[in-house]
Design a binder for this molecule. Sequence first.
Ligand code: SF4
Length: 431
Amino acid sequence: MAKLSFKTLSFEEHKNSDKRRELERKTGKGLQFKESQVKELQVNLLRLFYTMIPFEEVEKISPFKIIDAHTIEFIDINQEKAEKKFSFLLAKYFANLKNKLTDNPATYIHQNSEIPLIGNVSFGIVYRNSSIIEIKPITSCNLDCVYCSISEGLSSKKHDFVVEKDYLIEELKKLISFVDEKVEVHIGMQGEPFLYADIEELIAEIETMENVHSISIDTNGTLLNKKIIDNLAKNKKLHINFSLDSLDKKKARLIAGTKGYDVNQIKEIISYASEKFRREIIVAPVFVEELNKEDIEDIIIFVKSLKKQPILGIQNFLRYKTGRNPSKGISFEKFYAWLEELEKKYNIKLKLNKEFFNVRKTKLLPKPFQEEEVITAALKCPDRFPNTSIAVAQERNISVLGCPFKSEKNEKKVKIKIIRDKHNIFAGKLL
Ligand code: SF4
């Protein structure tokens, strides 16, 4: 007998009704089928992602039982063999990993995936030779904001990524040791970080790193509650940046792009967090002139009403090629003039400069290859957008444009001309 327990995986049993109908049609022609032929084992990875394995495939290992959400028991096989066979099955079916919110396909990036964490702007680690290192454990968002600069959220059709926490920590430590001076770690991802099941452990581990002077995280606040805030508040280096675009219930929903958004809950969480955290929290509305000009004044009044006043970091909406663009936006000149007016009217600091964020230039991370260079790399998985793949060479990953990923191409060696190398974020063209 073998008992397999997993912290990051959970199991559920499902019946596939399409398969049942298909088999019933065939049974009508005199064929018999077993119940296990329509059953599937749903394997959830880090809460948000899942894959389905036919029961029959799992039963090939040995008859099995789901003992609890995280434990599976195989009856007629020893531990070692069960572990080996089940991990082989997981690897096979993780190729069909999906996001539960959107059903978009996803890739799990872990220690043995042989996909480096440096090279892509949407997952892993981004180091722009400055004292702020960005980390991105997942892509995906539970809102659908009308101004989202990366078109993320419930209507997204992009490929998603999820990174194993221990792998991210290990690579981050290597980079911090290379930089060799105090840095801020910013968890600023393409999506909502609290969708990542391991986020609290991730923050707690970064908190213990000597050369990290602060940790910052951007959140829409929807997945937070008082208990999570209490746990997070134990991290003395943590800053939280909340997005908040309107206090009007209807308008806030319109901007968030989903009826489930409850601005009163966010106000309550901001108010609670502002008192709990040692460091000031930041409330960061995105200003879209046509959408929330008057709402910004309500937000100023709300922020000023709190016992421990958060910092207000109003951001000017900017148009992005790959974003949702509900407005033309306004110039920074006009934006700062308006902020000045508000500063006087409400006696509050609103213009935050670079010094406020304490960004310094730090050591250059060598680039293993440069723009225009032709390299050989191994294709590994799809990238965010259709017709793009991720290839790997010399401890970097490269976005290969015009190259739709097909599973049979996995590990295929290709020649790529590098067309972008800025900050060790690489893009290339297939030759
Ligand atoms: S919360 Fe952020 S990532 Fe999510 S849809 Fe809104 S702007 Fe995009």
